[in-house]
Every structure is written in structure tokens, then in C-alpha cells.
Design a protein around this ligand. Structure first.
Ligand SMILES: Cc1cc2nc3c(=O)[nH]c(=O)nc-3n(C[C@H](O)[C@H](O)[C@H](O)COP(=O)(O)OP(=O)(O)OC[C@H]3O[C@@H](n4cnc5c(N)ncnc54)[C@H](O)[C@@H]3O)c2cc1C
Ligand code: FES
Length: 330
């Protein structure tokens, strides 16, 4: 049994019980994925032909109307006979070479009571090229390996991550309590397809929740750094004042770039002069036109799913929405 990915020279062998994604990755094919659990939609592709079995997945990852058009999730599809698939969005798919790098912790910052900024220098295996918005797999110690998004821009040599200490989380607890300057970290990158579409020339909407600011600030800084003149609106949702960080950086970007506006929205604390409510509700209240808009979202799954659903109801097509929900990798 085999899968043929259109545009890829060699068909890929499939073992019984494999998902398409497992078979593709084992064969070394560069294929986008994230949660590997049918939650995020990153591995969406089109089934051209073949007998398949679709496993359970969330509607956020694959809506019934897309499914009806032959779109499948490679991570939730088993192959029962030879199959042919096609990448979607192939025209704007950017593939950077994958790297496995030895890095060293240069600096650790306290960004909030539960978010740490981790700065890494690449010592071997680089240099890394990536698109703003992508993420890496960071291995701090054996068995402590998770995805974290680059907060730096692609032209900066130092890698920067914002790691939130998740209650009960093993890796983020290690980062919060044990990681120290000088430690070695293994970094594999880049991954993800929620990256800045360089060809787009219209208004941009950025929505971040908590440590989701990391990839969103990378996208904003990259865009503005190259003199983007179209409106760029960034919404940053946090629970309360103590969860807010990098406000000075946002203020500074807004002062230097008239096309950039940012909105901080607190969901659990009313605080003088700040907007209050859920971040997607603030977006809904402000959004006057969705024409030629490109949206990028990152942060907790519930926020990303609510904001994605809102943008869908406001008329944005899936190709206008690029989202990374920070799903647990259990
Ligand atoms: C594409 C992507 C990008 C990401 N980028 C970032 C980023 O930039 N910044 C960031 O802070 N995070 C990011 N994340 C999230 C990050 O990868 C981790 O999921 C997060 O740090 C938690 O990892 P952990 O090892 O600390 O928690 P885990 O040990 O994986 O636990 C996660 C949660 O599950 C619970 N849990 C653990 N074991 C079980 C069990 N057996 N049964 C039920 N529940 C259990 C824990 O209590 C905890 O609440 C990203 C995720 C993805 C998918
Ligand atoms: S990788 Fe398949 S849905 Fe997330």
C-alpha cells in the first residue's frame, strides 16, 4: 500500500494502521502538522483518490462543508488502499529546510508571574531560516520536549520563546523552575503553517492570547520592519493586569508605525481605562470591513477556536485565517 503526494517524486509506503501523516513523516516528506490529534487543522489536504478511514476529529480542524469537498486531515486518516493526495494552499506554502540545533540559554526573563522569556544562541546545526509565526520543538531534557513559537523575527540570530507555566505541566514547570543560563537545549525547527503570507498586500488582523503574543509579535515586527503601510491591528487578550507583558514594546511599535494599532483586552479584571471582555468580542465590535483582510491567531485553544469561528461568521474564508492553537501534546 502506498500514498502518492502530488508534486512529490516517490510514492510513500504505508504500514497497516498508519495514519497518512505517520507514513509521510516516516518517509521524510516535509508535510505540515501540529497537534497530530485532529484538533488544529494544520495537516489538511485534499484526497484525490483512494479508500480511506477517517478517525474522530474536531469540527474546528475540519468543518463538515470542507469534508464534503474531499478535504481530509492527514493525521486522522488511515489508508485502506493506495491513495493520492494533494496539498492545499500549495501556492503560498513556504518550506524552509528543517534543522536540529544545539542551543545554549543566553538569557531568562520574567515576563509575567507565569511566563518566562527564554533566549537561545544557536551553537551548532544552524543557521535557521523560518517565516514569522512558525514554531520549534524544544527539548530541555530527555522526555521534556514541547512546541514553542519563535517570538524573534527571522532576521535575528538569537531565538526567543515565551513559555507559560501551565498548571500541572511538566515541561513548562521545568522551564519555570529549573532552566538556567548556560543550559543546553535541543531545538528542531521550523514547523507550522500559520506564518506571515509575504505576498498579501491588504490589512492585517493579529489576535494573541497570553503567550500567544510570541508568534504574533514576530509577525507584527517583521511586517512593520519592512515598512508595511496597510493597517495592522493587534488584539492582545489576557486575564488581568498581572498577565500583561510587552506593552512598552507594543506602544513603541505604534509610535513608530502609524499603520499599527494595538488593543489590550482584559477578560477577568476591570481595570481603569482598559477594555474588558473576551478578545474575540472586542474584534467583533471593532471590525468594520473584512475585505482583503488576512488574520493570524495564536494562543489558548478556546480563544483561537472562538476567534476563528467569529471570523468565519464575519465572512473570512479559511485561506484568510492562519491560526496556531496551543494544544497540549500528551
Ligand atoms: C503549535 C504550538 C505552539 C505552541 N507555542 C507555545 C508558546 O509559544 N508558548 C507557550 O507557552 N506554549 C506554547 N505551546 C504549548 C506548549 O507546547 C505546551 O503544550 C505547554 O507548554 C504545556 O506543556 P507541559 O509539558 O508543561 O504540559 P503537559 O505536561 O503536557 O501537560 C499539559 C496539561 O495537561 C495536563 N495533563 C498532564 N498529563 C495529563 C494526563 N495524563 N491526563 C490529563 N491531563 C494531563 C496537565 O495538568 C496540564 O494542564 C504551543 C503548542 C503548540 C501545539
Ligand atoms: S496535525 Fe492534524 S489536525 Fe492537527
Amino acid at each position: 500500500m502506498q500514498i502518492t503526494l502530488e508534486g512529490h517524486d516517490q510514492p510513500v509506503p504505508v504500514r497497516a494502521g498508519d495514519t497518512m501523516l505517520e507514513a509521510l513523516l516516516r518517509a521524510g516528506v516535509a508535510f505540515p502538522f501540529s497537534c497530530q490529534a485532529g484538533n488544529c487543522g494544520t495537516c489538511k489536504c485534499e484526497l484525490v483518490s483512494g479508500d480511506i478511514l477517517e478517525l474522530e476529529h474536531s469540527e474546528h480542524a475540519l468543518a463538515p462543508e470542507q469534508r464534503a469537498k474531499g478535504i481530509i486531515l492527514a493525521c486522522r486518516t488511515q489508508v485502506w488502499d493506495d491513495a493520492v493526495i494533494r496539498r492545499i494552499d500549495a501556492e503560498d506554502l513556504v518550506m524552509h529546510p528543517s534543522r536540529v540545533m544545539r542551543c545554549r540559554v543566553l538569557e531568562l526573563e520574567t515576563l509575567t508571574h507565569d511566563i518566562r522569556g527564554v533566549h537561545l544562541a544557536i551553537e551548532a546545526g544552524g543557521a535557521l531560516t523560518f517565516s514569522a509565526g512558525q514554531y520549534a520543538q524544544l527539548e530541555f531534557a530527555p522526555g521534556l520536549s514541547r512546541h514553542y513559537s519563535m517570538a524573534n523575527t527571522p532576521d535575528e540570530a538569537e531565538l526567543v520563546f515565551h513559555v507559560r507555566h501551565m498548571p500541572g505541566g511538566r515541561t513548562s514547570r521545568y522551564v519555570a523552575e529549573q532552566l538556567k543560563i548556560g543550559d543546553q537545549v535541543k531545538v528542531s525547527a521550523p514547523f507550522g503553517i500559520a506564518y506571515l503570507r509575504e505576498q498579501h498586500a491588504g490589512p492585517v488582523l493579529l489576535i494573541a492570547g497570553g503567550s500567544g503574543l510570541a508568534p504574533i509579535q514576530s509577525i507584527a515586527s517583521t511586517l512593520l520592519g519592512r515598512g508595511y503601510k496597510q493597517p495592522v491591528a493587534l488584539y492582545f487578550g489576557v486575564r488581568g493586569e498581572r498577565d500583561l507583558y510587552h506593552e512598552t514594546m507594543l506602544k513603541d511599535l505604534a509610535a513608530r508605525h502609524p499603520s499599527f494599532k494595538y488593543h489590550i483586552v482584559l477578560s477577568e479584571q476591570k481595570s481603569g481605562g482598559r477594555r474588558y471582555g473576551l478578545v474575540h468580542e472586542a474584534v467583533d465590535a471593532d471590525l468594520t470591513s473584512t475585505e482583503n483582510l488576512m488574520a493570524y491567531l495564536a494562543g489558548p485553544p478556546v480563544m483561537v477556536e472562538a476567534a476563528t469561528a467569529l471570523l468565519g461568521t464575519r465572512g473570512l474564508a479559511p485561506r484568510q485565517i492562519h491560526a496556531d492553537a496551543f494544544y497540549n501534546q500528551l
